[in-house]
Design a protein around this ligand. Structure first.
Ligand code: SF4
Ligand code: SF4
Length: 136
């Protein structure tokens, strides 16, 4: 009988532990029902479904998760959180992934790349909240 090895190595496990400690969520509670992805309003703009993000984290696939657009598209609307039968707050998981990137001093959007014209036209409150989400 063929055996499938589902264990993860130390590096993969460190990434999983980091996401769990930053988010406070039990990543292994997810059993891939897909209800989070089915209700997510941002899904059409995401390159990975929210349920795929959590699956990759379970397997410690750091690179794939950190390179995904999905955590940046996530609007923290909590629809997934309400729909999850296992009580996983995926919006916190997305925030944890963003924090892992931002804590490396990597800006997702550089304030310097925004033109003066745009800065004068965009609502101040939107700029402030965007900088909080997208910059280190
Ligand atoms: S919190 Fe993020 S991942 Fe969850 S439903 Fe809203 S946009 Fe989608
Ligand atoms: S709704 Fe919850 S259990 Fe279902 S796939 Fe999403 S995170 Fe996992």
């Amino acid at each position: 009988m063929m055996r499938i090895n589902l264990s993860i190595n130390k590096t993969q496990s460190r990434f999983l532990d980091k996401v769990e400690s930053l988010s406070g969520e039990n990543i292994y509670a997810c059993y891939q029902c897909g209800k989070c992805s089915a209700g997510c309003p941002g899904i059409s703009k995401m390159d990975l479904f929210p349920s795929e993000i959590i699956r990759l984290i379970q397997f410690g696939e750091e690179e794939e998760v950190l390179e995904s657009k999905t955590p940046w598209i996530c609007a923290s609307c909590f629809t997934c959180t309400i729909r999850c039968p296992k009580g996983v707050d995926l919006s916190k998981v997305m925030e944890a992934v963003r924090q892992i990137i931002l804590r490396k001093n990597i800006d997702h959007v550089s304030p310097l790349s925004i033109s003066k014209k745009m800065l004068s036209q965009l609502p101040q409150i939107a700029l402030v909240s965007s900088f909080r989400k997208f910059t280190s």
